[in-house]
Design a protein around this ligand. Structure first.
Ligand code: SAH
Ligand code: SF4
Length: 395
């Protein structure tokens, strides 16, 4: 990023309502939004609350996609719903399964855009890595998504829809009355660590996560949802108050000079300002620890001095430090730190009293690891350009 490049959140968001004459998608509406939509299309106000509860459960607990299947509603009411509304989730255009069981879905959303969603099965849990934007307006120099030019905010429907299509694929829509406990679910955790900066699409992310946390919705505990931000300071307190999920922060450097280069939003809100907001987060959200993500880049941010500075900087903040070995992508300008270096770095942090897990890269063979996500169309476009450049160079 150059000094002139604006750090902006001014990207297009699709309107919630379907265009004139189209049907309104009920997925992604808040409970209030659903209620308003039903009333606007003829449901008597007195019945609306009950109808919201019924429809909500069919969509989010039972996973049905047609009004026909909502058998506790009268036939006439189902037909009426059918004329005004739809239950639409993104279309899965491809599904890749890694050697290690990681699944990567490419989903298509309105406008023909594509985003990636990754499911990571682990011992005793399964985590879905959800995207919040097509591409990202930020341009972190180590991140593949940051090189994608095309950016659009996802709607709440498209965000919660990612969870729904993953549950379709996992076959995890429980029998009525047999909602599984969080601990035994295949999809038990959500991380907002896919494509995009979730705090630059705050309202849609919040509405989608409210559905994910709703006891009659997807019903995941707020402690099983982690939002990762590059450091959009003004939205951090709102995230605590309005979502209340766990927070991860893409820290990645221990001096402003280096962080300016790696995470350019640092030029707007620097390390000190960011730490000030993070200190408040556990109290505001009533949660325990913040996860500091730290990508290990050879000879850039991986020295013993960095590890010591990091420990000093975060002192006083309940924290876990997640060390992420850099995942390379075609043309990436950095290298992954050596294993021994990562271990030495982890050791310093551990001795200072912090948990310092080293994140095992998952799904590398299908380009599903952190920071490798970028839509296939964009990749194809880029490689065509590269091919043209090569042809010209040869000619
Ligand atoms: N925009 C948000 C969330 C998406 S990125 C954020 O930046 O926090 C999820 C995590 O992957 C972030 O910590 C990001 O810094 C990290 N990441 C990005 N590119 C990476 C790469 N090539 N290798 C390893 N981690 C990467
Ligand atoms: Fe965007 Fe996060 Fe990638 Fe930075 S690391 S470019 S904020 S997705």
């Amino acid at each position: 990023m150059t000094a002139e490049t604006p750090i902006t959140q001014d990207v297009m968001t699709l309107p919630r309502k379907a265009p004139e004459g189209g049907k309104v998608n009920l997925v992604g509406l808040t409970r209030d939004g659903l209620r308003d939509a039903l009333i606007a299309h003829g449901t008597p106000e007195k019945q609306a609350k009950m109808r919201v509860g019924q429809i909500w459960q069919w969509i989010y607990q039972k996973g049905v996609r047609s009004f026909e299947e909502m058998t506790n509603l009268s036939k006439a009411y189902r037909a009426e719903l059918e004329t005004h509304f739809t239950i639409a989730v993104p279309e899965v255009v491809s599904r890749l399964v890694s050697n290690d069981g990681t699944r990567k879905y490419l989903v298509r959303i309105a406008g023909g855009h594509e985003v990636e969603v990754v499911y990571i099965p682990e011992e005793g849990r399964g985590t879905l890595c959800v995207s919040s934007q097509v591409g990202c307006t930020l341009t972190c120099s180590f991140c593949h998504t940051g090189t994608q030019k095309l950016v659009r905010n996802l709607t709440a429907a498209e965000i919660v829809g990612q969870i729904m299509v993953a549950r379709d694929d996992l076959g995890e829509w429980p029998e009525p009355g047999r909602a599984p406990k969080n601990e035994t679910r295949l999809l038990s955790n959500i991380v907002l660590m896919g494509m995009g900066e979730p705090l630059y699409n705050f309202d849609n992310v919040r509405d989608a996560m409210k559905i994910a946390m709703d006891g009659e919705g997807i019903s995941l505990s707020r402690r099983r949802i982690t939002l990762s931000t590059s450091g959009v300071v003004p939205e951090i307190a709102r995230c605590a108050e309005e979502i209340g999920c766990l927070l991860a922060v893409s820290f990645h450097a221990t001096t402003n000079e280096v962080r300016d280069k790696l995470v350019p939003i640092n030029k707007r809100w620097n390390i000190e300002t960011l730490l000030g907001a993070l200190k408040e987060y556990p109290r505001l959200s009533n949660s325990e620890r913040i996860t500091f993500e730290y990508v290990m880049l050879k000879d850039v941010n991986d020295s013993d001095a960095d590890a010591r500075r990091l420990v000093k900087l975060i002192s006083g903040i309940p924290a876990k430090i997640n060390l992420i070995p850099f995942n390379e992508w075609p043309g990436s300008p950095y290298q992954r730190s050596d294993e021994a270096r990562i271990r030495a770095f982890a050791d310093i942090i551990y001795k200072a009293g912090y948990a310092s897990p080293i994140r095992t890269p998952r799904g590398e063979d299908i380009m599903a690891a952190c920071g490798q996500l970028k839509s296939a169309t964009e990749r194809a476009r880029k490689s065509r350009k590269q091919i043209e450049a090569e042809i010209q160079a040869e000619g």
